[in-house]
Write a protein that binds this ligand. Structure first.
Ligand code: GLU
Length: 435
């Protein structure tokens, strides 16, 4: 079977980690199977949909490296929906309804008060049609056709259509609700696999009958468990955690991809700069049924591991010019984000504010200042320097290394000094030791 997936966001806001995860799994499944990954902009809600969000969605997908093989927008497809709707109407699978929201609410409450499920009660075919009321439209479920599918994540699913309300598919003003246009598009776009959140499971039950009613075979479905924050629910923060704010925090796209690809699955999170191994191993059978917990602290750790893998080529455009490949390699193991590299530019070339000197360290520093000018900077200057100071003062271990590191870098911690020191200009190093 040729694989086509789609990511179908409504452009009513920015993408957040939850919908990026859905997009990612659709993309991975398509790429693993040599298929196509389509973007479908669900902009039937004319008022809430904004062009700027469409642009942001495209930009975020591009930033993440989720390349799309095509794009459709629902607002350009109303003629198709109209035509399919007419067919369903002619076949008696959609029908006009005239109840007001208040009336429906009262009926629901009556049913509930009698201990009955609040399922919509169809009117008899000969019920009077109220004058001057524009109808809204429902899809007529076939109550004699049990709904079953084998979900790639959830396994066998069964729904009894008798316990389901005929869903409203079109409002009285002619506007479309989500359910039917999505099915019409999934058919027209040749979607083979629908990967989305488990909040859509009951929609799927109704949509399977819509596929049948439109003469199409339903696609395969994978409903993934929802993403929750560390507090155990999809917090406001997580729901609004957009790509822009992650970028500002220095999160690399590969970090987000590495975490979201595996979160909530039985496969371990693997920080990889290139997603190929993740794509190759995606398997919906490995996805758990319990909510996946998204932890920003875990993302920061994955990010750190990604930064440590990035080659100079991949980051050069974001580094100060002074950080060449050798310098990048020296400082990389100490960075949480690429942006932190800028803090190290001064460590190499100065100016470096002279760090306070401990009186106890003066002997070591004086010996270092005396030895440094005679050292060949091109051949392991750190070992030559520490060797000379040790011989001159007898200092060793921390008492030897820390004062030198502090004077040379202005910090107590950092990269391996043997790697760092040759990258600091000799004159600059001598000056820093001469305190
Ligand atoms: N626009 C729908 C949503 O964002 C799409 C759901 C689907 O994937 O079918 O929930």
């Amino acid at each position: 079977m040729s694989v086509t997936t789609r990511f179908a966001p409504s452009p009513t806001g920015l993408l957040h980690v939850g919908n990026v995860r859905t997009a990612l799994h659709n993309w991975m499944w398509a790429r693993k199977n040599g298929g196509r990954f389509l973007l479908r902009i669900d902009d039937t809600d004319r008022e809430r949909s904004k062009e700027e969000y469409v642009a942001d969605i495209r930009a975020d997908l591009a930033w993440l490296g989720l390349d799309v093989d095509g794009e459709e927008r629902q607002s350009a497809r109303f003629a198709l929906y109209e035509a399919e709707f007419d067919k369903l109407k002619a076949a008696g699978r959609v029908y006009a309804c005239y109840e007001s929201p208040e009336e429906l609410d009262i009926r629901r409450k009556i049913l509930l008060s009698r201990g009955l499920p609040p399922v919509y009660e169809r009117k008899p075919a000969d019920a009077p049609v109220p004058a001057g009321v524009a109808p809204h439209w429902r899809f007529r479920l076939d109550q004699d056709a049990p709904i079953t599918w084998t979900d790639m994540v959830r396994g066998d699913q069964n729904f009894d259509p008798k316990s389901m309300s005929d869903p409203v598919v079109r409002r009285a003003d002619g506007s479309w609700l989500y359910l039917l246009p999505s099915v019409i598009d999934d058919i027209a776009m040749g979607i083979s696999h629908v990967v989305r959140g488990e909040d859509h499971v009951s929609n799927t039950a109704a949509q399977i009958q819509m596929f049948d009613a439109l003469g199409a075979k339903p696609p395969e479905f994978a409903h993934e468990a929802l993403l929750v924050g560390t507090e155990g629910k999809l917090s406001k923060r997580l729901g609004s955690l957009g790509m822009e704010s992650l970028r500002e925090q220095g999160i690399e796209p590969a970090a987000l991809i590495s975490l979201l690809a595996r979160l909530g699955t039985s496969d371990p999170v693997e920080p990889v700069a290139d997603p190929a191994p993740l794509v190759a191993t995606i398997d919906f059978a490995h996805f758990g049924r319990a909510p996946a917990r998204f932890d920003e602290a875990e993302l920061a750790l994955v990010n750190q591991k990604i930064v440590h893998q990035l080659g100079h080529d991949a980051v050069a455009g974001r580094l100060p010019a002074a950080i060449d490949a050798a310098r990048w390699h020296a400082i990389r193991p100490n960075l949480m984000t690429v942006a932190e590299a800028a803090d190290w530019a001064q460590v190499f070339d100065g100016p470096l504010a002279p760090p306070p000197v401990d009186e106890a360290d003066r002997t070591v520093l004086a010996a270092a200042a005396a030895a440094a000018p005679r050292i060949d900077w091109s051949a392991d200057p750190w070992h030559a320097l520490t060797g000379a100071v040790k011989t001159a003062t007898g200092a060793k271990g921390r008492a030897l290394f820390l004062p030198l590191r502090r004077a040379l870098t202005g910090r107590d911690h950092g990269p391996d000094m043997a790697e760092l020191l040759p990258l600091i200009l000799k004159d600059e190093a001598v000056a820093r030791l001469s305190v």
